[in-house]
Design a protein around this ligand. Structure first.
Ligand SMILES: NC(=O)c1ccc[n+]([C@@H]2O[C@H](COP(=O)([O-])OP(=O)(O)OC[C@H]3O[C@@H](n4cnc5c(N)ncnc54)[C@H](OP(=O)(O)O)[C@@H]3O)[C@@H](O)[C@H]2O)c1
Length: 338
């Protein structure tokens, strides 16, 4: 290997533009709209909150022409093409189904739903309605994932034997917060671990078996989990997640012919090194986007897919989201989480 592949990603500007609607203007909705408006041609035409004041404030902050105090009003707006669901996990299924029933395309924050059964309900509804639906697994749409995907397709690592991935950030325990409240879909796996399990799945596909252990928070959701995944190929993945402590977020892909090591956090626009024998090649995101600024790549990809007549993402389709949710279910069951 003399050089690394060039990212093959949908350009942030100049492509098809959709009219977006935002349901649930919380923390991530704010970051998503900031980078959408700042770095792409996509535009948000409406925002809906359970509170008229919050909807109006979010609209004013982001220059959004319409705001609603009910989610139902936004999905009924004929001036909106695609709905972004940015509510806590417990609300994803209900709000995705609301948007789909109104004939809207939908981008659903990660994880797509509380469990595989709910994710299946969303997939079935979207397929029956013929609308586009996608889990906001935004790291899959970053340039680095395009490069790594091409390396995997080319067999650049030989046989991949092991993937290691860990993701955690410390959260102060608060029984009422969505991170810890079982009624809101709390738990480290649903919030952070979904990225770790996605990364292992991106590299190795669906696991054959899962062994997991964890630590429960006082509310009964998992605050930490460690899982070993086995694959039909003979490979393994060591996956962990925590809201008790931070981890550097630097996965490795370990093959018979090469090793990839992230040198910047894999969830965000990142960098990595590929070593093969004495050869070492480094790659770094040069988009200028940092951290959650990278959330916009998934949106331009979605707009292109809709324009192309697709109803699912070719990079992370609904069966992938259901499979990912199944593995989360398995881990959470073994850990004994509520
Ligand atoms: N991609 C990323 O990097 C990233 C980062 C953080 C979070 N997330 C994901 O984004 C989603 C939302 O997380 P967040 O941190 O933005 O949450 P948040 O700040 O708590 O905002 C969620 C919003 O959902 C609405 N909501 C609807 N039903 C609710 C309920 N029963 N309880 C509380 N709020 C409710 C609220 O808005 P109104 O009441 O105003 O309608 C609230 O502001 C989750 O799926 C999370 O995993 C993704």
């Amino acid at each position: 290997m003399r050089s690394l592949p060039t990212p093959n990603v949908t350009p942030l500007r100049g492509g098809p533009v959709l009219r977006w609607g935002v349901l649930a203007p919380g923390e991530i909705a704010n970051d998503f709209v900031t980078t959408l408006h700042g770095n792409t041609d996509q535009r948000v035409h409406g925002v809906a909150s359970r509170s008229a004041e919050r909807a109006a404030a979010f609209a004013a902050k982001h220059g959004i022409p319409r705001h609603y105090d009910s989610y139902e009003q936004l999905v009924a707006d004929p001036g909106i093409d695609v709905v972004y669901v940015a509510a806590p996990h417990s609300e994803h299924r209900r709000l995705a189904l609301l948007a789909i029933a109104a004939g809207k395309h939908v981008l659903i924050e990660k994880p797509m739903a509380l469990n595989a059964a709910e994710a299946t309900d969303i997939a079935e509804a979207a397929r029956a309605a013929g609308v586009f639906a996608m889990e906001a697994m935004w790291s899959r749409y970053l340039p680095q994932s395009s490069v790594i995907g091409q390396l995997l397709d080319d067999g650049a690592f030989g046989d991949v034997r092991l993937v290691t991935v860990s993701l955690g950030w410390p959260a102060v325990f608060n029984a009422a917060h969505r991170m810890f409240d079982p009624a809101l879909g709390g738990g480290a796996m649903l919030d952070a671990g979904v990225y770790s399990l996605w990364f292992a799945r991106f590299v190795l596909g669906a696991p054959r078996s899962v062994q997991a252990a964890g630590i429960l928070a006082p509310t009964g959701v998992e605050s930490q989990a460690v899982a070993t995944l086995d694959y039909a190929s003979g490979a393994q993945a060591a996956v962990s997640t925590s809201v008790l402590t931070s981890t550097p977020g630097l996965p490795t892909i370990n093959g018979t012919d090469g090793v990839l090591t992230f040198t910047k956090h894999f969830v965000f626009p990142a960098s990595f090194v590929v070593t093969s024998g004495s050869e070492e090649l480094a790659w770094a995101d040069d988009s200028g986007l940092v951290g959650r600024g990278g959330l916009c790549w998934q949106a331009t990809a979605l707009a292109q897919y809709v324009n192309d007549g697709l109803t699912e993402s070719p990079l992370h389709d609904l069966d992938e989201s259901i499979g990912l949710a199944s593995t989360i279910d398995e881990v959470r069951t073994q850990v004994g989480a509520l």
